[in-house]
Design a protein. Structure first.
Length: 196
C-alpha cells in the first residue's frame, strides 16, 4: 500500500518557547540523531522517513522559511496553513492529497523514531483500518490510516487529533521496542534522547 506521509509542522511549540525563548523554534533546534549526526529536529524527522514513503506532504505556517526549505530539500510538497491546530492540519493535508491510498501522520517534533518502526506501521495497515505503534503499552507515532478514513480525517477541526477515529476502525497495534515513537520535543531537555 502506497501511503502519503503528512508531516505536521505547523504547531507553535509554546512550551518549548517558554523555556528556550520566544524566538526559538523547536523544529529548528539542533538535535543529535539516531545516526550520530546533529541536524535540526525537523530534518531528523525527514531523514528517518523510510524510502518506501515517496509521497510526502509537510504542513507548516508561511513564516517558517527554513522549515519550508528543508521540507523541499527532502522531497516534500509543502502545504502552508495559518492554523496551528493538529486537526486543521490533518484535514487540510488529506484534502490536498485525496487521491492517496492512505496516509501516514508524522509529528514534526518526533526526531528519534527508527525507520524500521515506521516501515512496520505501514506494513501492518489493513484495508479500511488504522495502524499504530505501541511501546511499553502506550500508543505512539506515526499513525497510518487507510483510504476509508479519509472523510473522517478531513472532518477534523481545531487542535483535536485523529484519536476519535480509532473507535470507528479496525486498529492494528504494532508492538515495537522503540522509545522514539513516544518521544516528542515539548521542552529543550527532551532534545537529549534516552533510549531506555
Amino acid at each position: 500500500m502506497t501511503l502519503t506521509a503528512i508531516v505536521l509542522a505547523a504547531g507553535q511549540g509554546s512550551r518549548f518557547r517558554a523555556e528556550a525563548g520566544a524566538d526559538q523554534d523547536k523544529l529548528l533546534a539542533p538535535c543529535l540523531g539516531l545516526d550520530g549526526v546533529t541536524r535540526p529536529v525537523i530534518e531528523q524527522v525527514l531523514v528517518n522517513l523510510p524510502e518506501q514513503v515517496v509521497a510526502r506532504l509537510l504542513v507548516t505556517s508561511p513564516d517558517r522559511l527554513e522549515v519550508i526549505r528543508l521540507a523541499k530539500a527532502y522531497g516534500c510538497e509543502v502545504l502552508l496553513l495559518s492554523s496551528a491546530g493538529m486537526g486543521d492540519s490533518i484535514a487540510a493535508a488529506v484534502a490536498a492529497s485525496e487521491a492517496a491510498h492512505g496516509w501516514l501522520v508524522v509529528l514534526g517534533d518526533m526526531p528519534f523514531i527508527q525507520s524500521s518502526s515506521i516501515d512496520r506501521v505501514i506494513d501492518a495497515l489493513e484495508e479500511g483500518g488504522i495502524s499504530v505503534p505501541v511501546c511499553a503499552g502506550e500508543y505512539g507515532h506515526p499513525v497510518a490510516f487507510a483510504r476509508a478514513c479519509g472523510a473522517g480525517l478531513m472532518a477534523l477541526v481545531g487542535d483535536r487529533g485523529a484519536r476519535p477515529l480509532f473507535a470507528r476502525s479496525v486498529v492494528s497495534e504494532v508492538r515495537v521496542d522503540d522509545r522514539g515513537v513516544l518521544w516528542d520535543i515539548d521542552v529543550p531537555s527532551r532534545l537529549n534522547f534516552i533510549p531506555q
